[in-house]
Design a protein around this ligand. Structure first.
Ligand SMILES: [Zn+2]
Length: 211
């Protein structure tokens, strides 16, 4: 999870939110119309804000059929069905977030800064761990620890280590002791916000003494 800077509320919501919410609350339906909160204008703003990554696990969602997620479930609070601050990119775990854990007890990528997130979550290789109870609850709520995610993170770690070995080989070959800025930058790219699992790579860079 990284901090996601929420973009200004899209026009479609400014224009339609009140009407949609009123109709939904009057209806007997349990779920709001996906075509409304999943409107293309809403989707593209949500996805571009996170560089097409899941707001929670940082998996790249591009090309995958993905949905818009309600941070506070519609079943918990129907009036938030079309609320801009309650919409994010789908938790892509094929499972719903753990409803027994309250959103208020977890990290929120749209509110909490990177610095704050790092106080609660840590990585040991591909495995996510927690530093606080809030971190633990965040991992549980958004299912950030799973075999599938471990496997995906491991694949990215392999790419990083392959590059690191190639760059170190080049150092020996050129009889140099330090990497140049361009080489360092190639490694640091893994920890940038537009890269998948970038929070994990922040720890990986520290572990490898790359600053
Ligand atoms: Zn996800």
């Amino acid at each position: 999870m990284r901090h996601v800077e929420r973009k200004p509320e899209p026009n479609i919501l400014l224009l339609k939110k009140d009407e949609w919410t009123e109709k939904f609350l009057e209806s007997e339906k349990n779920r709001p119309d996906n075509a409304k909160y999943g409107h293309s204008e809403i989707k593209s703003l949500l996805y571009s804000a996170s560089h097409n990554k899941c707001y929670y696990c940082e998996t790249i969602l591009k090309g995958k059929p993905s949905e818009i997620d309600h941070l506070i479930e519609v079943s918990e609070n129907k009036s938030l069905a079309f609320e801009w601050t309650n919409l994010s990119c789908d938790n892509c775990n094929d499972k719903l977030p753990n409803r027994s854990i309250a959103v208020a007890d977890t990290l929120n990528p749209c509110i909490d800064s990177d610095e704050e997130i790092r106080k609660h979550l840590k990585f040991e290789d591909e495995q996510i761990t927690f530093l606080t109870i809030k971190g633990d609850l965040t991992i549980q709520k958004f299912k950030l620890s799973s075999e599938r995610l471990d496997w995906c993170r491991m694949q990215e770690l392999k790419k990083f280590h392959k590059l690191l070995i190639a760059l170190k080989d080049k150092l020996i070959e050129d009889n140099r002791t330090c990497m140049n800025a361009d080489e360092m930058d190639k490694l640091k790219r893994f920890s940038r916000f537009d890269h998948c699992y970038s929070l994990m790579f922040q720890d990986v860079l520290i572990d490898n003494n790359i600053r």
